[in-house]
Design a protein around this ligand. Structure first.
Ligand code: NAG
Ligand code: NAG
Ligand code: NAG
Length: 379
């Protein structure tokens, strides 16, 4: 009887204990509180008296834990912090997801202590003011699947050590000051689903080997100083939903006819020096195609008989030398954006409720387009 009672009492007190103690790992909590008071200079994000795993989950400073109380997710975004990324974040070794974003005054680079984050999959540092080269040691953070450094001031080349990340899916480095050629190793990283690296100062041509990437769904090389033309191989991407963005480069010449076979979800070629025919990009049976933007080029073809993709939402063919008339089906499509202005089109604008929403500017500066919203056709 007595042993049983004692066991029961022990059980009760342990229950009591587990109710009064918090889940949050004390070391992790200490790291976070130091970030709050020291690194980020007296912010008031988290109440030290509460449980980091249960009570610190509100934007803009979100903490989440695993069942053992280790911090697995940390997100601090959009508050005024200056200085550098706290190296002590490297002590949160159970972290799987880290977001430090939207701090325009956050400078410096990524601390080397991040190599201790062996479980980190998701690293989002977009819109800060980080400078210097993208560190080589990222290649040692093997768990990484997602890197977003959009809108920082990183410079130098894309480090070849990234090739050592076997699980990297999203590589998002747009709007930095990266230089050099676009490295060839990217075309051999078969885990990649997204390469968004536009808005840098790369040079050179586009590698045909990108089309070998079996899982690629987004290839964005916009505004990158690229020259040459679109490789023939780009007609045979494995993923039928690929979104291809090559706008605002110095690409030239005709686009390959092979692109006519591709069933992409978006093809954005605006602001280049492309010439010749692009009518084969269209086609009623391209059911995945949502966006075609070929504005500001030198394309020259007859639009009259083009079959427009039935799901198209964004169509911008403005500022080319496109002639013929607008296809009748234009009025039946789920268009949200339309611009055919500054071409050599002629004839009546198709009727259709949906087209009425667009302003005359969407149709202006053509040879002889007429009818609403432009002035009536002369009979
Ligand atoms: C970004 O950092 C550079 C120096 O590292 C500084 O000159 C610039 O003013 C900073 N920009 C902002 C928006 O704080
Ligand atoms: C495009 O892809 C869709 C979905 O995979 C398919 O149904 C359609 O037939 C394809 N069209 C062409 C032209 O390949
Ligand atoms: C464009 O094609 C249509 C249909 O084939 C044809 O009737 C028209 O003359 C062509 N327009 C020009 C300017 O060549």
């Amino acid at each position: 009887m007595l042993p049983l009672l004692i066991t029961f009492l022990i059980f009760l007190s342990s229950l009591n204990l587990s109710l009064s103690t918090e889940l949050c790992n004390p070391n992790d909590k200490k790291v976070l509180l130091n970030i709050q008071t020291q690194d980020f200079g007296g912010l008031d994000l988290w109440d030290p008296k509460t449980d980091c795993c249960k009570d610190w989950s509100n934007w803009p400073a979100i903490v989440k834990c695993d069942v053992n109380g280790h911090v697995t997710e940390l997100s601090i975004s959009g508050i005024l912090v200056n200085g550098e990324i706290p190296p002590s974040i490297g002590d949160l070794t159970f972290l799987q997801s880290l977001t430090i974003a939207l701090h325009v005054e956050l400078t410096g680079s990524i601390p080397i202590s991040f190599t201790k984050l062996v479980n980190l999959k998701y690293l989002d540092l977009h819109i800060n003011n980080l400078t210097g080269p993208i560190p080589d040691f990222l290649g040692r953070m093997k768990a990484l699947t997602y890197i977003d450094f959009t809108n920082n001031a990183f410079s130098g080349p894309i480090p070849s050590s990234l090739a050592q990340l076997p699980n990297l899916q999203n590589l998002i480095l747009q709007n930095n000051q990266l230089t050099g050629p676009i490295p060839g190793f990217l075309t051999r990283m078969s885990s990649l689903t997204e390469i968004t690296i536009g808005g840098n100062n790369f040079k050179g041509t586009i590698s045909p080997a990108f089309s070998n990437l079996p899982n690629l769904a987004v290839l964005d090389l916009a505004q990158s100083g690229l020259t040459g033309s679109i490789p023939d191989s780009f007609g045979s991407f494995k993923n039928p939903n690929l979104k291809l963005r090559l706008s605002a480069n110095r690409l030239s010449g005709p686009i390959p006819r092979s692109l006519g076979r591709a069933n992409m979800s978006g093809i954005i070629l605006a602001l280049n020096k492309f010439t010749g025919d692009a009518s084969f990009l269209f086609g009623k049976d391209k059911t995945m195609l949502r966006e075609i933007d070929i504005a500001f080029n030198h394309f020259e073809f007859n639009l009259s008989n083009v079959d427009l993709p039935q799901g198209i939402k964004v169509l911008d063919i403005s500022r080319n030398k496109i002639y013929g008339s607008l296809p009748k089906r234009l009025g039946q499509l789920p268009l949200q954006t339309l611009d055919v202005s500054h071409n050599r089109l002629c004839g009546m604008i198709p009727t259709g409720r949906r087209l009425k929403r667009f302003s005359p500017d969407s149709f202006s500066h053509n040879k002889c387009l007429c009818g609403p919203p432009l002035p009536p056709c002369k009979q």
